[in-house]
Design a protein around this ligand. Sequence first.
Ligand code: AKG
Ligand code: FE2
Length: 320
Amino acid sequence: MSSTELKLPLVDLDGYINPRAPGDRERVIAEVREACESFGFFQTTGHNIPLQTQKELLKSIDTLFELPQEEKRKLSYLENPCRRGYEESGMSLRTGDALPDSKEAYYIGREDPVVEHGGFYGPNVWPPLPTEEFRTPVWEYYQATNKLAVVIWEILLQGLGYPTSVMEAFTKRPMVIMKMIRYPPLEKTLPDQFGVGAHTDFGGVTVLLQQPGRDGLEVWTEERKEWVPVQALEDVYVINCGDMISQWSGGRYKSAKHRVINKADKQSRLSCATFYHGDALARNPLNNDDPNKATVGQRLIARFQKQFTLPPEFTAAASS
Ligand SMILES: O=C(O)CCC(=O)C(=O)O
Ligand SMILES: [Fe+2]
C-alpha cells in the first residue's frame, strides 16, 4: 500500500458525548484506544465544537498574522515571563533539521492574574485588535477545545481501565497552551525547510484544527516506516497523544512523530493546536511507583529547554 492510501482512523465522538444506546460509549473508547495504540493519532467528528466557532477562530488568526511585522514583534513571546505571544518565522530549530521552522505562531494559555511557578501560570498577552475581532472569539474557542481535550483524556484513561475520576489528581490547574499558527506558501519556503520540522508533542492530549483544504500535516508510522499525509477537512479535528501520556500509559499509547509542509504554492496555511497537559506540580497519576518522579512542569522544561528561552528560576526547577 502506498503512503497516500493509508489514512488515519476516523472516530465519531458523538457516541461518547451523547450516548443513545448501551455500549455507545464503550465502542468509542475502544476505537480511540485502538487508534492511539496503532498510530497515536486519529481524526474525529461529533466533537461538539460548533463550525461557526472554528470559522471565527480561523478569521481571528488570519487578522492577527496580517498585522505589520513590527507590531507582531512587539508581542514577542521571548519578552514575556509566561512565554505567551508571538513567535517569528525561523525561531524554532528542530534536532536533525538543517533549517528552522518557517511557521509563525502565537501562544495563549490559562488566564491567571499573577505570574507563578516561573511562568507556567499567568496572564495572556492580547494583540492590539478590537476585542470582538480577536480576544472574544479566540477565548471562546480556547474554552471549547479545553472541554474537548478533557473528553479525550477521559476516553483515553477509560481505555486503559481507569475511572474518569483520575483526572482530578492532575487537572486542578491544568496547563493548557494554545498555539495559533500560520505557514507561508510553499513558494516562500526554502528548499528543505519545513513549516514545522519532525517532532513529537511534549505532553498530554493535542486537539488540532487545520484550515480546511490546506493539507500539510504528515504523521510517521513506525511499523510501515512511512509518512502518512493527513487531509485537512472541514469540521474534522486531529487528535494526538504526546510524550507524557505515552509514558504514563506504559507505552501503550504512541506519541508519533509528525511534521508539516504547506502543500499550497501560493496560499498560506493556518492551524491551531491546543495542548492539554496537567498541573505544573502533578506527577504520574496512574502509577505512584513510576521511577520517573518528574512533575508535568519539570518535563515541560526539560523538553523545551533548547527550543525556548527560559528564565533561570524555571531551569532550576527542572533539575531539582
Ligand atoms: O499545524 C499542524 O498541522 C500541526 C502543528 C503541530 O504539530 C504542532 O504545533 O505541534
Ligand atoms: Fe505537533
